[in-house]
Design a protein around this ligand. Sequence first.
Ligand SMILES: Nc1ncnc2c1ncn2[C@@H]1O[C@H](COP(=O)(O)OP(=O)(O)OP(=O)(O)O)[C@@H](O)[C@H]1O
Ligand SMILES: [Zn+2]
Ligand SMILES: [Zn+2]
Length: 790
Amino acid sequence: MQTNRPYTYRVPESLTNQVMVGMRVIVPFGRGKREVQGFVVDTNPEQPFDGDLKDIIALMDLEPVLNPEMIALSRWLAKTTYSFWISCLYAMLPNLLKAKTHRLVRLTDDVAEAEQLNLFDGQDSLDLADVQNDPDIMHELVKLRRAGKIRIEYQVEDRARAKMVVAIQPSLQFEDYEELLAAVPKNAKAQKRLLVYLQQQTGQTIPLKLAQQQTGLSPATFTLGEKRGWLKKVKLEQYRTPMTKSLERDQQVTLNTDQQVAVDALNQAIKTDQSPVFLLKGVTGSGKTEVYLRAIETALASHQTALMLVPEISLTPQMVGRVRARFGKNVAILHSALSNGERYDEWRRIQMGLVDVVVGTRSAIFAPLKKIGLIILDEEHEVSYKQEDAPRYQAREVAKWRAKYHHATVLLGSATPSLESYARAKTGNYHLLTLPHRVNQQPLPPIQIVDMRQEPRQGGESNFSQILLARLNDRLQKGEQSILLLNRRGFSSFMMCRDCGFVLKCPNCDISLTLHLSSHSMKCHYCGHEEAIPRFCPNCHSQEIRYYGTGTEKVQAELNKLLPAARIIRMDVDTTRRKGMHEKLLQQFGNHQADILLGTQMIAKGLDFPQVTLVGVLNADTGLDLPDFRASERTFDLLSQVSGRAGRADKNGEVIIQTYNPDNYVLQLAQKNDYDAFFATEMRIRQQAQYPPYFYTVRLMASDPQEVVAAKLIQAVSERLKTSQLATDTVMLGPTPRPIARTQNRYYYQIVLKYRHDPTLITTLTQLAHETQAKGNLRFMIDPDPQYFM
Ligand SMILES: Nc1ncnc2c1ncn2[C@@H]1O[C@H](COP(=O)(O)OP(=O)(O)OP(=O)(O)O)[C@@H](O)[C@H]1O
Ligand SMILES: [Zn+2]
Ligand SMILES: [Zn+2]
């Protein structure tokens, strides 16, 4: 049975003065006295335990890995996401500290020879696991760590090992070098140069490579210097900096009036000790990024730090490039495409206070920055800010919590804010800042909607309307670039028998299989199941089994036929799986090595390519009729965002949207670029249907490989909720099977609750979460503010 409360242990005498809040420890647990890992969350519990206390067995860390802010944050997180406290504590740590890793203690400075011999056996490193049960040694190590003479290096078997480089340190004083300079023979030019250099660098540690570059001296000269005692060679830890290869040059721009107004308001807020939330609503290409950068500058100038979140890796390359260009080495980067080693190195640079700016994806919200003055969420409406596994937190909410703690300013930016945020801005909860115009003084690109039902169909179905094809051709002639979006939300493609209607589905999941041309197979996007492309219908043996819908590969193949001269870059999960591919493809497109960028949602947002003058959306409607109250909002966002990629520089842009539902209000309003009208329409629908932002939602879900087991549990939960005192306006939907009832051979049943203000509900759910524990294969989860209902 998993437990969710802290336990009290005794600090054995041998560990006196060493145990600190935020360290990991090994403790005996349960009747079997199993040894488990835990976090120290308090060293002075309010309610002392009066039974028999067990001793802490050992320390895992020589210094805290979580600071007091993080401990406090984890408590709040556990409460608001119905999660186990310990999973929240782990969520804040980089992977390297979660996995079974070797903890290597390394000497970084001279220690007394006796100590080195005793503790390290004369080596300069030791494995902490070998000594953590020896209190005497641990005692010494904690002391050395506090004195900065050792450090801990975490290693997983594969690659994550701190990289070391040789560095030099001048070992004498200024005057000593003066004397030496007077003494060296006149013709010993190299030696002289070295001495002068060392004299200038006293007290510094310089990587040898750098010193060579700066002086133009050979390695042999430095070795000679070492022999003569002029300098010391030391090993310096080199951080694996996930560099974006080409450092973008920083552009100096003069803010336009709207930007200036926004920046002024932010500057003022950052300097106060309040924690206001700003919503920056700026149309695509209005220069939001420049506002972010200026606000970060203000935070740094007032000796505070800044944290900036970007939605997903796909957006990161360009944004990271710009932040790096402005703030250089002062930036740490945290995103999911880093190796564990890289991530850990960045995390440690932050923890040690070596950087003041952090840019990262969702979990970077836990970056252990101190003195935060500003937290930015770019594209604040993005679903990727919500974590889908436990702890199911919303980074936006965590940002607000941390801002309160630090008296920091929160800046949410978007061209299409979430209804939740815009509603708050309208009621004055958030401060609204707007950038209504593009920086290039041009209107937003005109959008044309093409009714695909009217397209002539000679020679079978095509993904391209005549007009889109003509426009693509036109750009090709002019040497301009185009972006093509294939909307892949939901399950728009499947293999169906024309005779009997049979649809080929995954044997493990209730969804249809997708055709993959490159591997000549049918794949399930949920569980990875793969099988051969059928030639006969498995049901009626007809040969009339056909593929419906379309994938990027298929579009690319068609495009190759229609426009043989066009150079195409395809971007989807398949072409970007390998590390660094994303950046590479974008860079190629940026260098104009291709005419058309074809891709899924991942190309819709954030990209800023001046040569792009045409954007085409191949299928606007997939996703519109999904059983999800946010389907319209998502489609509106997507269309606005992707349209915004066209005509961002001096040339005019143009957008073509293909659809089978030309009259749908979402498309109509997206065409007019009328966010406010969309907001008003959608809010009315939400109010009527009692959905966010008028109501909060929470989803309860049971799953099991056996359908009846899952159904029984959700039924019991439903009974329990009916007998508890829910607020009168709280609504319970279900229990029902989840729209996709089965994935990965598990059946899912759900209840969705909608409520406005129901404090007892929250208490009830907290109890439910901890009572309804996993048994065997049975799982129960509570998802506050779910982003998907599928
Ligand atoms: N005041 C300015 N003067 C001239 N150019 C500017 C100014 N501000 C920003 N820019 C440039 O305008 C371009 C678009 O800006 P940016 O990418 O920040 O827009 P955005 O609002 O973030 O758009 P999107 O929401 O579409 O990503 C960038 O190339 C940027 O360097
Ligand atoms: Zn499957
Ligand atoms: Zn059939």
